[in-house]
Ligand binder design. Structure first.
Ligand SMILES: [Zn+2]
Ligand SMILES: [Zn+2]
Length: 290
């Protein structure tokens, strides 16, 4: 699999001088499978650039997995060029808690958007996600799990040729806090099913919205901090940790700090996990070929 990041920011797009390094677009990740199928995860504003690139692509079948329908995960969808191409077959995978028809109709309502839904010429199929069932996209196995966020939010695990990638954003890693100790407690106990889901994966792309101080003020909002995430990753024994879905107010320098602090904590615990802060345009080759 080749994974490309088209949007790494949480909540709202933040273009500008202070977000050039990591980018200002909201979540969108593309996976080109070993069989050259196209899997897209989330439809934040990053999907617009991806859509333009896919136009040159010979394959017209696309599988879009949407983690949940908060604005930042769907607001790029009306700007996704393949929707206006009659050759496109778009399979939208979404938890059955949501109605994809209603979402697109609402987004394209004349009060919000100038183009009518009848002008979407692509063949759009809805594939409701049943978390008890595995999904197959060619050779890729897709497993899903409910996370600690709003109702119906799911994470995905993609496995192909013995390589696995977990996409788990908009998830709050539950923890307890000792009063005089910075170290979050009870992570293993409070997140056991999610740790099990991620266990041994080659790549974990995870919500890393806050630093530890900001997280304390925003506990219960459904997002994680980098410190809890470092411990979560060590319990899950993942090989690579990819920070994702940043707080819109964080400048590039603050994300640099988030990355450095996470790497340091992992090293101090004698773990071999490699940690990187994702940025727009970043590519990961799961087979290790650059
Ligand atoms: Zn989000
Ligand atoms: Zn959300």
């Amino acid at each position: 699999m080749v994974i490309t990041f088209w949007g790494t920011r949480g909540s709202i797009p933040v273009p500008g001088e202070s977000t050039i390094k990591y980018g200002g677009n909201t979540p969108c990740v593309h996976i080109l499978t070993d069989e050259e199928r196209n899997i897209i995860i989330d439809a934040g504003t990053g999907i617009r650039g991806l859509g333009k690139e896919l136009k040159q692509n010979s394959s017209n079948e696309l599988d879009l997995f949407i983690s949940h329908t908060h604005w930042d995960h769907i607001h790029g969808l009306p700007f996704f060029a393949p929707l206006y191409n009659s050759k496109t077959l778009l399979n939208i995978h979404l938890h059955d808690n949501f109605s994809p028809n209603k979402i697109i109709e609402t987004q394209l309502h004349s009060s919000f958007f100038p183009i009518d839904k009848d002008e979407l010429t692509a063949n759009i199929k809805y594939a409701p996600i049943d978390i008890s069932k595995e999904i197959k996209i060619g050779n890729v196995e897709v497993r899903t799990v409910k996370v600690h966020h709003s109702k119906g939010t799911v994470a995905f695990k993609f496995t192909e040729n013995e390589k696995s990638v977990v996409y788990m954003t908009d998830n709050e890693i539950f923890c307890e806090q000792e009063s005089n100790d910075k170290k979050p407690d009870k992570i293993l106990e409070l997140n056991s099913s999610l740790i099990e889901f991620c266990y041994g994966s080659d790549y974990l792309i995870h919500d890393s919205m806050y630093n530890h101080n900001d997280f304390i003020k925003k506990k219960g909002w459904g997002h994680s901090d980098n410190i809890s995430l470092a411990y979560f990753s060590m319990y899950a024994k993942v090989k690579n940790l990819v920070l994702f879905h940043y707080e819109p107010d964080y400048k590039d320098s603050e994300i640099d700090k988030l990355e450095f602090e996470t790497q340091q904590l992992i090293k101090d615990n004698n773990s071999k996990i490699k940690c990187i802060a994702s940025f727009e345009g970043m590519k990961i080759h799961t087979q290790g070929i650059e």
